[in-house]
Structures are given as C-alpha cells and as structure tokens.
Write a protein that binds this ligand. Structure first.
Ligand code: UDP
Length: 466
C-alpha cells in the first residue's frame, strides 16, 4: 500500500530519530543521510548534545554545517560528554562518557517525543541505542561512518592474531587479511598495528560490534563500487539488510558538477582569491584532520619537505598555526580552517595530503583529487592502503619511516614531486582518480547504486510503519 503522507509530503506514521556520535566526522554524514530521508517524505528528529547544538548554530571557525533541511527537527540532550568545542581532551574518558552517559537522557527524550519514534538510526559507535530500540520494540538501523572494510575487521576481530599486546613479526605484518576475513584483498595485518595498543577505545569499539549484530539494518557512508568485495561478503554474512548509501558528502557539490559558481562565505574569500591566481592542478592541499596531530618533529619534516619540493600549497593547520605561519609566502598559504570540499573542487588543486579520515577520503574520491597519504591511527592506515594499493588513486608518504618513527624531509619532497609533477606514474593516478570520481557521482545519481539503496531503505521504513 502507498505510504500515508501529510499535505507537505511527510510521512504521518514513520518518525525516525537520528542519533549521531558526538563528533563532526559523524554528525555531518548523519545529517546528509537525514536530508536524503527527509527528501523522501520521512519525518526525522536529529538528536545532539546541547554543546553540539551550539556548535551547529554559531558560526565560529570552523564554520557550522548547513542548517537542517525542512523535515528534520533538532532536539537536544544535556551536555553529558566532557569536551571542548566538540573535541575530546581525553579520548578514553570521552568514549567512556559516550558509552555510559547518553542512554538515560536519550530515553527521557524519547518518552516525551510526539509523535513517538517508530525507528532509530544510530551511529554504530552508540551501542546502547540498540538496547533502547529493542526495549521500545522499534527497529534500530546502524550507520557506520567509516570504511565498510573497517566494519568487517571490527566485526571479525576475534579471527585476527592480535593476542594481548603481542607484537607482530615482520612476516606476520605482511600477511593479507584475506587469510582471515573474506573480501579484504589489499589490506595487511600491519595496517591494524595501532589497534592492539588502543586499550579502552578498542574495547569500546568491540563492544559496539557485539551490539551491531542485534540491529535491524546496517547503512554505510561508502558506496558499492568502492568496496564491492567486502560489501558482498558482509551481505552474505549479516542476517539483516546492508545498504551502502554514500559517498556521504556534507552538502551536494552539484553546483560544481553543473558548473554553477560556488557560493562563498566572506571568510572563504581570501584563500579562494589566492587559489584563483594559481595554475591549474598546481596546488597541494594539506590537511591532517580536525582531531589528531602529528608530532612537532614530524610536522617540521613535512614543512621542510614541502618547501624542498617547491610545490605550491594550501595548508590547514590548527594549534600549530604560529609556527606554520612562517610557511605562508609566495609558494603557499596557511589557514586555520577552510571549507575543504570547496577547496578540493577548485581547479588549481592537484593533490591532497591527507591523514585519511574517512570523510576526507570520500571527499578526495568524490572530487577526483589524487592523494598523498599520511595516516596516523585507527581507520586511517587501512584507508591509506585502500587509496594507494586498491584504488590506486594516491601515493603513501609513510613508505619509509625512520628509526625515530619520523618520515624525513627528503622522502617527503621526493614523494610530493612524484605526485605533483607530470609523469607517466602521476598521469595514471590522475586517470584512476577521475574514473573513481565518476563512479562516486554515478552512485548517488538517479538510478545509481546508493540512490537505489536509499530508496529500498526508505521503502522498508515506510512499509514497516504503514
Ligand atoms: N574539514 C573541513 N575543513 C578543514 C578540515 C576539515 O571542512 O579545514 C572537514 C572535512 O571536509 C571532513 C571533516 O572535516 O568532512 C573531517 O573528517 P575526517 O573523517 O576526514 O577526519 P577527522 O577530522 O574526523 O579525523
């Protein structure tokens, strides 16, 4: 039967409550998903902490994501997470609070909500949401905002030979993960080396992967063509539907595709004026994420390597900006924050030096900008492996790490030139990046794999509550 819609085309009987993990890299893709749901007539309530409501509402640097679209209402729970400006000073304490302090206030909010929630879409790293849904007898959909490959690793973690803190031998490090888990052809055990020393965050993540088995559906911000083998393997293994609905992009850069001018905030104007005056594909955009930093000696080597490569650059540097300001000059610009997606869309940008956070990885793929990878921890080393070895759209800056665990400036300069100069190798990378960009655009267009997945998902939701 057709779903019952009100005069505004919003479902009368299906009310989804969206619960993102409290971090920008999770809130943005959840909001993107909610826009897609709202556009298909689903009523959505988006729940954040009071702190995040402030961050979404105010416009300090970094700027807020766009306001929620019609059909999505924002509701808050009290500030139960110890953080500053949305960031954790102590990551273990932060995760502990996310796992233990949010459930009660969310329950109280759900008790008051009218019309009552008929489904919950929760970040996979909020395992208690599954219990909340089960108690209320409403389905819980788990949204994983990192690579499907990482989901598979955490789902099958007990198959990996990481006993306690035992270090992997060199032979073991190079073992393909496919020996243990199907569908992960290019990943190596070594890509998960940082996991075994993670303590609390790893324990917490594995707890989430116990609960995800009880969810009624799993959504990915990835798209099928990006990780087909692992998605096929998960589909045959999980008992619930698996829908990749990405690439999840903070807002549609279809302006870029349709060649309309991109709208700029006043604060963006300076670096865009600078980008406008640079030759096509000549600028390396450098960002090592909104969350973690590399050591100061490593930062120095990257800066010196960049200088030695004589490549133009736009560098986003936060706390370290005073030392970085010295780098601003004829060849480059250092800014505390930029609108990354718009920067990646700019024709002058020809390379992206990234820490390989999953959102940055998807944005690099979506804009077709070849990447230089500098992964730091958690999902970043496996994302780097996918970028370099599986999709072949970039080069790793971490091939040769010195004894002091620092990559030296000569190595950095050499690799930057390999990517940015016009050679047979770099043209092949550029060709692959353009191919993957087209595949990512096709996935979210009408008739594409992600668009079909989101339609199937919404049909499940509406039919289930009609
Ligand atoms: N970002 C941005 N401007 C910046 C730095 C980051 O817009 O100057 C955005 C970026 O586009 C991405 C997000 O912040 O969407 C970072 O998420 P990601 O998963 O890449 O990394 P995290 O910072 O969570 O480690």
């Amino acid at each position: 039967p057709p779903p019952t819609l009100d005069a505004n085309g919003v479902s009368r009987c299906c009310h989804v409550v969206a619960m993102p993990y409290p971090g920008r890299g999770h809130i943005n893709p959840m909001m993107t998903l909610c826009r897609l749901l709202a556009a298909r007539g689903v009523a959505v309530t988006f729940v954040v902490t009071e702190e995040w409501l402030g961050l979404l509402d105010s416009s300090p640097s970094p700027p807020p994501p766009p306001p929620p679209p019609p059909g999505v209402q924002l509701r808050t729970i009290p500030n139960v997470i110890p953080s500053e400006n949305g960031r954790a000073a102590d990551f273990s304490g932060f995760m502990d609070a996310v796992y233990t302090k949010m459930e009660d206030p969310v329950e109280r909010l759900l008790d008051r909500l009218q019309p009552p929630a008929t489904a919950i879409v929760a970040d996979t790293y909020l395992p208690w949401a599954v219990a909340v849904g089960n108690r209320r007898n409403i389905p819980v959909i788990s949204l994983f905002t990192m690579a499907a490959s990482l989901f598979s690793i955490l789902y099958h973690f007990d198959r990996l030979p990481f006993a306690g803190d035992r270090r992997l031998s060199v032979d073991e490090s190079d073992k393909p993960l496919e020996q243990f888990i199907p569908g992960l052809s290019s990943l190596r055990l070594a890509d998960f080396r940082t996991f075994s020393s993670m303590g609390t965050p790893l324990k917490r993540a594995l707890e989430a992967f116990y609960w995800v088995r009880k969810a009624q559906c799993v959504l990915f911000t990835s798209f099928y063509e990006l990780e087909p083998c692992v998605i096929d393997a998960l589909r045959s293994e999980l008992s619930c539907p698996v829908y990749p609905v990405g690439p999840s992009i903070p807002y549609m850069t279809l302006e870029e595709k349709q060649k309309k001018p991109i709208l700029l905030n006043r604060s963006d104007k300076d670096y865009f004026d600078w980008l406008d005056s640079q030759p096509k594909n000549s600028v390396l955009y450098v960002s090592l994420g909104s969350f973690l930093s590399v050591s100061s000696s490593q930062l120095d080597e990257i800066a010196m390597g960049l200088r030695a490569s004589e490549t133009r650059f736009l560098w986003v540097a936060r706390g370290d900006s005073s030392r970085m300001q010295e780098m601003s000059g004829v060849m480059g610009l250092v800014v505390p924050w930029c609108d990354q997606l718009k920067v990646l869309c700019h024709p002058s940008v020809g390379g992206f030096l990234t820490h390989c956070g999953w959102n940055s990885t998807l944005e690099g793929v979506f804009t077709g900008v070849p990447m230089l990878t500098f992964p730091i921890f958690w999902d970043q080393p496996p994302d780097s492996r996918l970028i370099v070895d599986e999709w072949k759209v970039g080069l790793s800056l971490k091939e040769k790490v010195g004894k002091d665990n620092v990559v030296g400036r000569e190595e950095i300069a050499k690799t930057i030139k390999r990517l940015m100069e016009d050679t047979v190798e770099s043209s092949e990378i550029r060709r692959r990046a353009a191919e993957l960009r087209e595949a990512s655009h096709r996935a979210i267009e009408e008739g594409g794999s992600s668009c079909a997945n989101i339609n199937s998902f919404v049909r499940d939701l509406l039919v289930g509550h009609n």
